[in-house]
Design a protein around this ligand. Sequence first.
Ligand SMILES: Cc1cc2nc3c(=O)[nH]c(=O)nc-3n(C[C@H](O)[C@H](O)[C@H](O)COP(=O)(O)OP(=O)(O)OC[C@H]3O[C@@H](n4cnc5c(N)ncnc54)[C@H](O)[C@@H]3O)c2cc1C
Length: 260
Amino acid sequence: GSSTHIRLRSTAVWVKHEGEPAKSEFVTVAYSRDGKVYRLKGRTVVMAGGSWTTKHIVRNLPKPQADAYDQFYRSPCLMANVAVRNWRFLYKLGITGCRWFEGIGNYMEVRKIATFGADAPTIGPDSPVVLTLKILFSNPGMAVAAQGHRGRAEMLSTAFREYERQIREQLMEMFANSGFDARRDIAGIVLNRWGHAYLNPQPGFFFGTDGKPASRDVLRATPFGRIAFANTDLAGIMDHRCSIIEAHRAVEQLLDQVIT
Ligand SMILES: Cc1cc2nc3c(=O)[nH]c(=O)nc-3n(C[C@H](O)[C@H](O)[C@H](O)COP(=O)(O)OP(=O)(O)OC[C@H]3O[C@@H](n4cnc5c(N)ncnc54)[C@H](O)[C@@H]3O)c2cc1C
């Protein structure tokens, strides 16, 4: 078979058929790396990056697919990893994770760590661990698109220092009574800000409305020339198995419809 080339640290900026999409024999991909823009030709392309980038990158996207992509909404999520010197304060309560409904964040778990080798280390309540906090930015009552925009703006514009203060206060509020002391027990905090984390499916997303097909089914059923569409978006279920299934389907469409 032919050799495979993978371009790391590269961002696709546009993807375009050479000439008429239906008759085109190649797709040109422009990508940037280290401040320079490069072009390459591919026989086919699977757009697996997600709705919010794909709709801007694919040039001359026909109206049905463009309209379909306008029906995808993503919500932000901040994952805060809080390294603690021990988790005895949770052990005392008999829990390794919990949910809450007021203050910052919604959900927390002791982060699972893979252990390898014959001498698997034991992890006890006095071991240092990482707590993963999930912080969502929903604004019930606002339109779905506006919730995404507002949540992203809030998540990205809030300083680390402010999140640190709020997380410390939240953990004190919940666990000071079982022995937690933020000043003593927190060793460090890492924030991961995901601008487009979760798909936010509106009514009609899964099965369509008014007898019309769902947008995801339009994209699944209709590759654009030599370009097919993947990403877990199209399943509407944020799960790595769905992203594999969507990618598999997109590759098969190109093999069946374009290359044969
Ligand atoms: C907080 C959170 C927790 C989750 N936990 C789980 C879990 O426990 N288990 C689970 O199964 N799933 C989980 N998911 C869902 C998980 O994110 C998806 O299952 C999976 O990552 C989707 O894979 P994907 O390949 O479709 O998309 P992605 O993982 O988003 O991959 C798309 C890739 O395309 C790249 N890309 C985008 N645009 C461009 C461009 N222009 N040029 C080049 N590259 C580009 C991106 O950098 C990215 O690497 C979680 C999601 C979130 C937000």
